[in-house]
Every structure is written in structure tokens, then in C-alpha cells.
Design a protein around this ligand. Structure first.
Ligand code: NDP
Length: 466
């Protein structure tokens, strides 16, 4: 029974990473909790994001490994990639994980409603299919984000394109794909499809992909895309997508630079928006920013005292582990009697390009702006494993060090296993590690990561940066 005469102490809208964690912890602390989900329990990460994407990265990487194995002497005979088999195995695993999320919620005593929920006011939730309404003490908005696409006025033929929601449901491996965008999703899928043998073209409006990342990461990934066989077209956007009759490829993509590209699939990866449309934030009095994100303080409180929000819908850092921590901190604070907030500084993250990007802390440009003088240590090299290969990617490792106290304020890596490396380095950076402590750490040989502790010479730019 909920306290204060409400049906529920907490109603969570959205069963992604942040919502599920918050619901579970609040219920374990004794609250009467319900959660509603309009699509599938697990949210973007489990159902149509991190998890299936990583399986696609593995699938794509196996193709390359098969080729590389031949340079190592293996006689490899491949009869090709069984895409339907892979997709079916991948979805079986996604279903299994979604089931685990459901079971964990049930075991914690959370009521799960598998339908859309909206706010009628700050204390009333209505379920859209069944029409049920509930009076609730507290509401947590954890609805995440949705892929954004231009309107048909801005991009005629946009209805022929897909987003990262649909990409996990294509039935046949296309022969040709055009990907619009130069962010996380665009770069990851460009490598995935190129690795699966798809003729892949990436169209980016800027000049170097991964805007916002350290410049050396951006240039390494940009070159890496090309080396992986991706046709990269910069300073261009999609102007129109038309259909082609009686040709091999069903679509023609018209670009702003007058290029036309025939394609089987057109993937729009041009950003995501907070999922607040029609949620009833106006009825509950919850303030949104100009992008539609719920405005919260560092305790995930909105301007309405009993309404909270965590995860991508707040547009702080759009990452699964961040949403989980925000949801956990909310539940501990509001229901567990343990007040704390999540610290958004020095969150390590990865981009699953091939090779991967691992990054934590400030970019060189951010550090120069914040501290003035910084020391840079960096190296690019071909890792040992590629020595016997006909083609092999290069690795980039870079440390950004605050000059006056030698604190390492940024680490940026483009390398196989960079995601694994940056998870460990994130601990050290979060603890305030200094460059001399890196120097005092003995190398593990022969590894790629040993370069992180053997960078002895400050990088001196050939010309001063503008
Ligand atoms: P991003 O913000 O990373 O990238 C969006 C891309 O679309 C940018 O290159 C941007 O260009 C471009 N773009 C934006 N608007 C337009 C437009 N009108 N016309 C043409 N191009 C446009 O978004 P994603 O959708 O790739 O990813 C969303 C978020 O999801 C990421 O920020 C990340 O936090 C999270 N994510 C994390 C992953 C991970 O942890 N590995 C994987 C996937 C997603 P410009 O650079 O010029 O702004």
C-alpha cells in the first residue's frame, strides 16, 4: 500500500536503463512502485542501441579477422555471412535480456504496465491503451530519446530512410548503404556495414567526423573510415531521396553538392531528441528546454517538486551507465534515505568504431581553454599484431596534462580494445592521477596499452595551433 493515500509512491515512465534501476532500488527500499513502457522493457540500450549494436560490431569484426587470419597462415574458407541467422541469434539474446529486466522488476515487487503512460497532472498518470488512471505521489520521467529526422519539407523522400530504430530489423544485408551524419551512430554503423562487405557511403555536413571529440581522435577515425573502405563525403547533406524503378538499387540519394548516389538503404543518423512529445509535461507544469529536454538540477529534480527525470530525456550525458547512476542516486535519495547525486565529471566513454575510440576527460582544446598551458604526450603507431598483415590500422594514444600540477586531465585512444583500456584509465583520471604516476607505473609488455605509461617526450607542434 502506498503512503499518503496514493495508488503508488513512485510511477516511472519509461523502462530503459535509468527507469528500471530507479524503480528497482525504490521498490527494494519499501516504496510501492509502478513502471510503464510503450515499446519493450529494456529501453534503447538493450532493445535498439548498445547491446544489438555491439553484436553487429562483433559480427562485422569477425569478417575482418577471417581475412587477417590468412596473413597469419590460416587456410580460411568462408562461404559468406548468413545475415538472417545472425539477426535471429542477436534478437534471441535481446529477447532474453529484456526478459531478465522484466523478471528483476517483478522480483523487486514493481508493477509493470506494457503500454504508454502520460501525465494528466503532476499527481495523475493515465495509461493510453487501457485508459487506467493512477494517483501517484512521485513521478520519474525516464523516457529517453528518439532518433531525429528532418521533415518531408526539409528532406523530400525522408519516408524512404530508416533510423537506428529500424536498422536492427532490416531483413536482408543491403549491397549499398548511405549513412547521413558524422556522430557516434553514423561512424559506428559505417564500420559495421563496411566490415560486413556492404558498399558504404557516409555523408557528413562538416569536414571531420566526431565533432566534439579531441582533434586527434577525429582525424584518426576519419582516416580509419576511409581505410576501412567507407566512401566519406564531407561538407554535404542529403537534399532529396527519390525512388528508382527497374534498377538494382531502389533509392537515389541527391546531395547538396550535386552528387547522386544509388542505394538500397538510407540510414539517417543525424542526432537524437529527448522523448517528451505528448508526455503531459505541460499539464504537469514541468519545464522543458528548447530541445524538449526536461530541465533538472543535479539531484534530477524538475521545477515541480514531486516530478523527477533521469537519463537521455534530460540531455545531460546520453550514455547508459550515466542514466543508471542518475536513476540509482534518485532512488537512494528520495526513497532510500541516502542523499547523493551522480558526478558527471570525467565520465569515460567509447565509440565502437573499428578500431574503437576510448576517451575520458578534456580534449586538448578544452584543456587549453580552461588552463592555458597544457602538455601533450601522444603517439601513433602500427600495433604488433598488424606487423604480419597486409593492411593494418594505426593506433593513436594521447595524454592531455595540466602543465602546472602535471594532472592528467584527458586521455584519448583510438585502438583495438580502447574501450576496455579507457574503463581502467577512467579510474585513475577520476582519482586525479598525475603524469609522474603514469611514468612510475611499469609497462606490461608487449601490449598496445604499455605506450600509455612509456610516453616520455612532450609533443612539440610543428606550427603553433591557430
Ligand atoms: P550525435 O550527436 O553523436 O551526431 C549527430 C550527427 O548528425 C552529427 O554529425 C551532426 O553534425 C549531424 N547532424 C545534426 N543535425 C544535422 C542536420 N540537420 N543535417 C545533417 N547532419 C546533421 O548523434 P547520434 O545520433 O550519432 O548519437 C546520439 C547520442 O547517443 C550520442 O551523442 C551519444 O551520447 C549516444 N550514443 C552513444 C554511443 C556509445 O556510447 N558508443 C553509441 C551511439 C549513441 P555536427 O557534428 O555538425 O553537429
Amino acid at each position: 500500500m502506498a503512503e499518503l493515500g496514493y495508488d503508488y509512491d513512485l510511477f516511472v515512465i519509461g523502462s530503459g536503463s535509468g527507469g528500471v534501476r530507479a524503480a528497482r532500488i525504490a521498490a527494494q527500499a519499501g516504496a510501492k512502485v509502478a513502471i510503464a513502457e510503450e515499446y519493450r522493457v529494456g529501453g534503447t540500450c538493450v532493445i535498439r542501441g548498445c547491446v544489438p549494436k555491439k553484436f553487429m560490431v562483433y559480427a562485422s569484426d569477425y569478417g575482418r579477422k577471417l581475412k587477417e587470419a590468412q596473413d597469419y597462415g590460416w587456410q580460411v574458407e568462408s562461404s559468406g555471412f548468413d545475415f538472417p541467422k545472425f539477426m535471429s541469434n542477436m534478437h534471441a539474446e535481446v529477447d532474453r535480456l529484456s526478459g531478465i529486466y522484466l523478471r528483476n522488476l517483478a522480483n523487486a515487487g514493481v508493477d509493470v504496465f506494457e503500454e504508454r503512460a502520460e501525465m494528466q497532472d503532476a499527481h495523475t498518470i493515465v495509461l493510453k491503451d487501457s485508459g487506467k488512471t493512477f494517483s501517484v505521489d512521485k513521478i520519474l520521467i525516464a523516457t529517453g530519446g528518439t532518433p531525429w529526422r528532418p521533415t518531408p519539407e526539409d528532406l523530400p523522400g525522408v519516408e524512404h530512410t530508416i533510423t537506428s530504430n529500424e536498422v536492427f530489423h532490416i531483413e536482408e544485408l543491403p549491397k549499398h548503404i548511405v549513412i547521413a551524419g558524422g556522430g557516434y551512430i553514423a561512424c559506428e554503423f559505417a564500420h559495421i556495414f563496411a566490415g560486413l562487405g556492404v558498399d558504404t557511403c557516409l555523408v557528413y555536413r562538416g569536414d571531420t567526423v566526431l565533432n566534439g571529440f579531441d582533434w586527434d581522435v577525429r582525424t584518426s577515425v576519419h582516416e580509419g573510415l576511409k581505410e576501412a573502405g567507407v566512401r566519406v563525403i564531407t561538407s554535404a547533406v542529403l537534399d532529396e531521396v527519390t525512388t528508382l524503378e527497374g534498377e538494382d538499387h531502389p533509392y537515389c540519394v541527391h546531395l547538396s553538392n550535386d552528387t547522386k548516389i544509388k542505394s538500397d538503404v538510407v540510414l539517417m543518423a543525424v542526432g537524437r531528441r529527448p522523448a517528451t512529445a505528448g508526455l503531459g509535461c505541460d499539464k504537469a507544469g514541468v519545464e522543458l528546454d528548447e530541445k524538449g529536454a526536461v530541465i533538472v538540477d543535479d539531484m534530477s529534480r524538475t521545477n515541480v517538486p514531486n516530478v523527477f527525470a533521469v537519463g537521455d530525456v534530460t540531455d545531460r550525458i546520453q550514455l547508459t551507465p550515466v542514466a543508471i547512476r542518475e536513476g540509482h542516486a534518485f532512488a537512494d535519495t528520495v526513497f532510500g534515505g541516502e542523499e547523493h547525486s551522480f558526478d558527471h565529471d570525467n565520465v569515460a566513454s567509447a565509440v565502437f568504431t573499428q578500431p574503437e575510440v576510448g576517451t575520458v576527460g578534456m580534449t586538448e582544446a578544452e584543456a587549453r581553454k580552461a588552463f592555458g598551458e597544457v602538455d601533450i604526450y601522444k603517439t601513433r603507431f602500427r600495433p604488433m599484431q598488424t606487423a604480419l598483415l597486409e593492411h593494418g590500422e594505426r593506433v593513436m594514444i594521447k595524454l592531455v596534462v595540466k602543465a602546472d600540477d602535471e594532472r592528467v586531465v584527458g586521455v584519448h585512444i583510438v585502438s583495438p580494445d580502447a574501450a576496455e583500456m579507457i574503463q581502467m584509465l577512467g579510474i585513475a583520471v577520476k582519482m586525479g592521477v598525475t603524469k609522474s604516476q603514469f611514468d612510475a607505473t611499469c609497462a606490461v609488455h608487449p601490449t598496445i596499452a604499455e605506450e600509455i605509461v612509456t610516453l616520455r617526450h612532450k609533443w612539440v607542434p610543428e606550427t603553433e595551433p591557430a
